[in-house]
Ligand binder design. Structure first.
Ligand SMILES: [Zn+2]
Length: 330
C-alpha cells in the first residue's frame, strides 16, 4: 500500500502539475505583472474596426476636416491689403502694361505705370504714329530706363506712360508720312473734343496728306481709349506730356495758353533746351489732346523732338525728371 499509495501520490502530484502548468499557460496573456487579471484586452479588441472598409472611409475624413478648420483663420489676415497702400496699387502691377483699348486694326493700346503716389502724371507718345515714330522709340527707352531706376519717380507720384497711341500708323507705315493717321485716315490729334472742327484752314498746317478730323469728336477707338482712361474715377492727372516730332519746341495747352501749362512748359524747356515759347505758328489747331486735357483741369504740353530720327534720350531723361518734379503751383 505504501508503494501504491506512493505511486498514487506522485501520480496526483504530476496531474496537478500538468493541470497547473496548463492553466498558467492558458491564463498567461491576461495576467498583469502584479498577478491580477486586467480588462484591457477586452477593450482593445472592442476598438478594432469591424471591417477595414468602414474605418478608412469614415474616420480619416472626419479627422482631416477637424484639423484644417482651426488653422485656416491664421493666414487670412495677411492676405488682405494694408489700408495704408494707395488704391492705385490695385490697378495693375507696377512697371507692367495695362491694355486700355485697341486700335482700328486691333492693336493693343498700352499704358505702363511707375510708382503709386497720389500725384498722377502721364506721358503719351506716338499720337502721330509712324510719321513721328521716334517718339515711340523714346517712350520705350524711358520705360526701360525707369525699370532700372525706379527711384527716379518720387514717392508721392504715379507716372503713366502710353508709348504708342496710334499703333496702326506706327506699325503699318514706320517712318513714313502715311503713318501720321490711324487706319481710318484720321489725325488723332484733331479728334479730341476741344475746339473740334470737321475741317481746318489747311494752308498753314501740315498738309502732306488729305487726312481728316474724324466724323465727330472721339469718333476713333484710340482717342476713346485714352479719354476713357483719363476719365476713370481713380485717375486724376495733374500734368500730361504729348510727344511729337520734329519742331524742337514746346507748346503749352489751351487757346489762349493755359497758365499752369505755360508754367510746365517753361520748366521742361529749362531742363531740355527745347524752345519755349515756340516760334510763330499760324496753323489752326483743332481737336487737340492737350487742349482737351487742359479743359479737364490737367496742365498739358506738346513736346516736339529735334528731328524725325533721333529719340533724344538724354535730353528727355532730364526733361522727365523736371516733369516729375514740377509743382502745379509754380
Ligand atoms: Zn505730331
Amino acid at each position: 500500500m505504501e508503494f501504491r499509495t506512493g505511486k498514487l501520490f506522485w501520480g496526483i502530484l504530476s496531474l496537478a502539475l500538468v493541470v497547473g502548468l496548463g492553466a498558467g499557460w492558458f491564463l498567461a496573456p491576461w495576467l498583469t505583472p502584479q498577478g491580477g487579471l486586467q480588462a484591457v484586452p477586452q477593450a482593445t479588441r472592442a476598438l478594432e474596426p469591424p471591417s477595414p472598409v468602414t474605418a478608412t472611409t469614415s474616420v480619416p475624413s472626419l479627422t482631416f476636416t477637424a484639423t484644417l478648420v482651426p488653422v485656416s483663420p491664421t493666414p487670412v489676415p495677411t492676405l488682405t491689403p494694408s489700408p495704408t497702400v494707395s488704391p492705385i496699387a490695385t490697378f495693375w502691377p507696377e512697371e507692367q502694361a495695362e491694355v486700355i483699348g485697341v486700335s482700328v486694326e486691333g492693336h493693343p493700346i498700352e499704358v505702363y505705370r511707375f510708382g503709386h503716389g497720389p500725384d498722377q502724371r502721364m506721358i503719351v507718345a506716338g499720337i502721330h504714329g509712324g510719321y513721328e515714330n521716334n517718339t515711340v522709340v523714346l517712350a520705350r527707352m524711358l520705360i526701360a530706363r525707369l525699370r532700372s531706376n525706379p527711384a527716379v519717380v518720387p514717392k508721392d507720384v504715379t507716372l503713366f506712360i502710353l508709348p504708342v497711341l496710334n499703333p496702326d500708323g506706327y506699325y503699318d507705315h514706320p517712318g513714313q508720312t502715311y503713318g501720321r493717321a490711324n487706319a481710318h485716315g484720321v489725325d488723332l490729334n484733331r479728334n479730341f473734343d476741344a475746339l473740334w472742327q470737321p475741317d481746318w484752314r489747311r494752308k498753314d498746317c501740315w498738309n502732306a496728306l488729305p487726312i481728316s478730323a474724324g466724323a465727330q469728336p472721339f469718333s476713333e477707338p484710340e482717342t476713346q481709349a485714352l479719354r476713357d482712361f483719363i476719365m476713370r474715377p481713380e485717375i486724376h492727372l495733374a500734368a500730361l506730356v504729348s510727344y511729337h516730332s520734329a519742331a524742337h519746341m514746346i507748346f503749352a495747352g489751351g487757346q489762349p495758353p493755359d497758365p499752369r501749362s505755360v508754367s510746365l512748359a517753361e520748366a521742361l524747356a529749362a531742363a531740355s533746351g527745347y524752345k519755349f515759347p515756340p516760334e510763330n505758328y499760324d496753323c489752326e489747331l483743332t481737336g487737340q489732346l492737350v487742349d482737351w486735357a487742359v479743359a479737364q483741369g490737367i496742365a498739358a504740353v506738346d513736346v516736339e523732338l529735334t528731328n524725325h530720327r533721333d529719340p533724344d534720350l538724354e535730353i528727355n531723361w532730364r526733361l522727365l525728371q523736371a516733369f516729375l518734379a514740377w509743382q502745379p503751383g509754380e
